[in-house]
Design a protein around this ligand. Structure first.
Ligand SMILES: [Mg+2]
Length: 399
């Protein structure tokens, strides 16, 4: 299986001519949507999927774009800018980024936002090329895509109307394909993709996540309503030990990590539904001195990489290292985060703008259920790994 993909290129060199006055001073991706540059919603969405190395291909009004993006950084994400010397089109702009590119990477049009399970798309590329398809009520503005057996067969010209599948502007490509592009201006849509499709080398995967293209003024207006609404999300909160992994007691190394039945599939199920997946775990083993914070964090980073290999991910992990009576001095306290207290859930709800009414919690202890109730979640379930798979439990609680 190919390795996980953690890099994305944002194609932001376009001139935005259809937006007229609206994009005269600022490039389209930098236009304000809900208090931040449109493109930063994309960077945020990539980051939560573990994609934290971002390369921006820019040209038109590059200074303004860089200034806007640097003013609203996403913590933990590195953003680098590559300017094209002259207008090179999407293909030429991407080729221009090659010195910074890894073996495989995502490529996204920076003036459209399509919320897909990116790690899942990467699995479908098999180290080659794949694009994300979106069904729309009218393909006229975009051009329809025809597929067969999971591959693109052809691209229709714009103009034909009616519902159908379109290119959603999210791709996975490898270096080799980009290296083969000619020097100078080139278009991914007109030059590269039809050529790959003709050789059955372009995978196509349908998704139904949030989609908006701000290329025309009405859609920019709609984005200003709909993007902030999309940012408010339901979450699936999961306890860790006894839910994701078999509870062997104070698990803190890879050797001790044993997945519960269908746990990775359960996480992916929630990811695919557009929910955040947030782990909330009491880790008094840290307070007791059985293992360190660094070991806990290293283990969770490894667990998340294992998830990414299965097209799944955690959006966030919250832990409580405290204990009221059995901990070293610095961790000895009656805190508000140790479950059954709801502190970890409340903090996550605040930091991630979570909608509690459509969220749920699964734990293997009554303390987990209590914490969920105190946090105002509408649904919580007790999980018994002996009698059920985690996937079945998640399906049940989200039904
Ligand atoms: Mg537990």
């Amino acid at each position: 299986m190919s390795d996980i993909v953690t890099q994305a290129v944002l194609l932001a060199g376009g001139r935005g001519t259809r937006l007229g006055e609206l994009a005269r001073e600022l490039p389209k991706p930098a236009l304000d949507v809900g208090g931040e540059p449109f493109v930063m919603h994309m960077v945020w969405n990539l980051a939560r999927h573990g994609i934290r190395d971002v390369v921006v291909s820019c040209g038109h009004l590059a200074d303004r774009l860089e200034q806007a993006m640097r003013s609203r950084p996403v913590p933990g994400t590195r953003v680098r800018f590559v300017r094209e010397p002259s207008a090179l089109g999407t293909g030429g702009g991407l080729r221009n980024c090659l010195p910074l590119l890894q073996e495989s990477f995502f490529v996204l049009n920076a003036d459209s936002l399509f919320d897909v399970n990116y790690p899942d798309l990467a699995l479908h590329a098999n180290g080659g090329a794949a694009l994300a398809l979106r069904r729309v009520p009218d393909v006229a503005r975009f051009g329809a895509v025809q597929t067969r057996h999971g591959k693109v067969v052809s691209f229709a010209e714009k103009g034909r109307s009616g519902s159908g599948w379109i290119n959603g502007g999210v791709y996975v490509l490898n270096r080799e394909i980009v290296e083969a592009l000619p020097d100078g201006p080139a278009s991914l849509e007109h030059d590269l993709f039809p050529a790959l499709a003709a050789r059955s080398r372009l995978g196509a995967v349908p998704y139904d996540g949030f989609f908006i293209d701000i290329g025309i003024p009405e859609e920019l207006e709609r984005a200003r309503q709909d993007v902030p609404a999309w940012r408010r999300k339901p979450a699936l909160f999961l306890d860790r030990d006894g839910v994701l992994n078999v509870d062997h007691g104070y698990v803190h190394s890879r050797e001790q990590w044993e997945w519960c039945r269908d746990a990775r599939e359960a996480v992916k199920y929630a990811n695919d539904r557009g929910m955040l997946v947030v782990v909330v775990t009491n880790q008094s083993g840290i307070g007791r001195g059985y293992y360190g914070l660094e070991e806990f964090q290293a283990l969770m980073a490894w667990v998340n990489r294992e998830l990414l290999r299965h097209g799944a991910h955690f959006d966030a992990v919250y832990h409580c290292p405290h204990h009221p009576s059995e901990a070293r001095e610095e961790y000895l306290r009656r805190c508000s985060c140790r479950k059954p207290e709801p502190g970890m859930l409340l903090r996550a709800m605040e930091e991630w703008n979570i909608d509690p009414l459509h969220s749920a919690m699964i734990g293997d202890s009554p303390k987990d259920v209590q914490a969920a109730k105190r946090a105002g979640l509408s649904r919580a379930a007790l999980y018994d790994p002996e009698s059920q798979s985690l996937l079945d439990s998640v399906r049940e609680v989200l039904a």
